[in-house]
Design a protein around this ligand. Sequence first.
Ligand code: GLN
Length: 501
Amino acid sequence: MSDITHVSAAEIARSLAQGEISSVEVTTAYLARMEATEGVLGSFLARSSNALEVAAASDQARSRGETPSALAGVPIAIKDVLCTTDMVTTAGSRILEGWIPPYDATVVTKLRQAGMVALGKTNMDEFAMGSSTEHSGYHVTKNPWDITRAPGGSGGGSAAAVAARQAPVAIGSDTGGSIRQPAAFTGTVGVKPTYGGVSRYGVIALASSLDQVGPVSRTVEDAALLHDVIAGHDPHDSTSIPTPWPSMADAARKGSQAESLAGVRVGIVKQLVGEGISPAVKQRFDQAVDLISAHGGEVVEIDAPHCEYAVAAYYLVLPAEASSNLAKFDSVRFGLRVTPEGNPTVEDVMSATRDQGFGDEVKRRIILGTYALSAGYYDAYYGSAQKVRTLIQRDFAQAFEKVDVLLSPAAPTSAFPLGEKLEDPLAMWAGDLTTIPVNLAGIPGMSIPMGLAEDDGLPTGLQLMAPAYQDARLYELGATLERLITDRDGVMLSMTTPEVI
Ligand code: GLN
């Protein structure tokens, strides 16, 4: 068999099931690929020390007739925001340097129970605040398509790892786009499930009313298989949805076989395709829409007027919730403790620790959020932002009375050069305009590759959005569109990462 890192996770699973290859062989191939490329890319913050043992255990289980899931024996990379008892967990922050959590996140437990093989923890913007992974407290991750470009963020490590074949699939988290925007920048598939679809127990919280965990992969089917492994109610997470989910893998398979899009109603969100979208991204988006119409889908324009205020509302809700969530990093219970000279008080220790342990972007947001929540300002800022959020939810609810799925570009541009936005927080934040409304509304969103941008030859992402609980619709239509785009281009973009490294 040719290099196993070139095929999808579903294909690996089929080869494992047929006994053509062992999990130890697959894992060895990925570890070798990681070894060869990691020095340039920097996708990981920690590597597993026992991946081959886990793989061997998976092979033994299979030989006993035990295959706990469709992805048993398949390697996976995990964003460093999820707690792992066998690997350091830092959320990309120096304040948690060297911290080994006392328990696994539920998602990590599910991956282990599914027989998957964790390869390592992926790099991210500190506490998932950022859109380029440059705010990591450790190092910058490069985009495998062009190492002078950002891989997106905050989950740039997971996306770069999958795009560069360091891992077949990965776990990400998405509070304002951190799965979907890096997917768009790296030509991979990324899904933010419905709010509450996947447990957040053991996921270091950024903004609790927005955070969701989801899959990163190279095909829609792979994302669906992983989604099926991680989704479901968790008694440890009171926000997790108790109703059972249909099989996303079945939805993806159905979509990949669909003859046409007749009867599918698709809405284009006017506010997400205008100002701020680069001409090259717009061109690819229009081509994707043409493809839908050409195959019988009904395309209508949708007005979601309050999306215009989404970035402003998000950058109040998020800092407010983050400032509260991050208060627990006080030098007493976790990680770093900096003790100033002399006779420091507890407050001096906390303040020195937070000053040294947090990076600039995190401090910026804590200050903003604390201000927004302060007495006398709460209603004006957090309160107003929550009202805007309700209006955005209503815009989407009305839109979904007319259409099954909404579309927009997943990111307004292709991957921008490293350093370009680092000193300009507002420019960095403005780039989140296409992904943020989805988090504010709590609905599911997916990014799939929609072709290379004509100007810089880099990947662009198409975002699909569905009503809450209808994640399966994303997989069904996503798989159809993935096939149509592949047929049009004669190649599946996500499978063709150029060998720049
Ligand atoms: N780029 C967004 C932000 O900086 C997304 C963060 C996320 O989804 N974790 O807040």
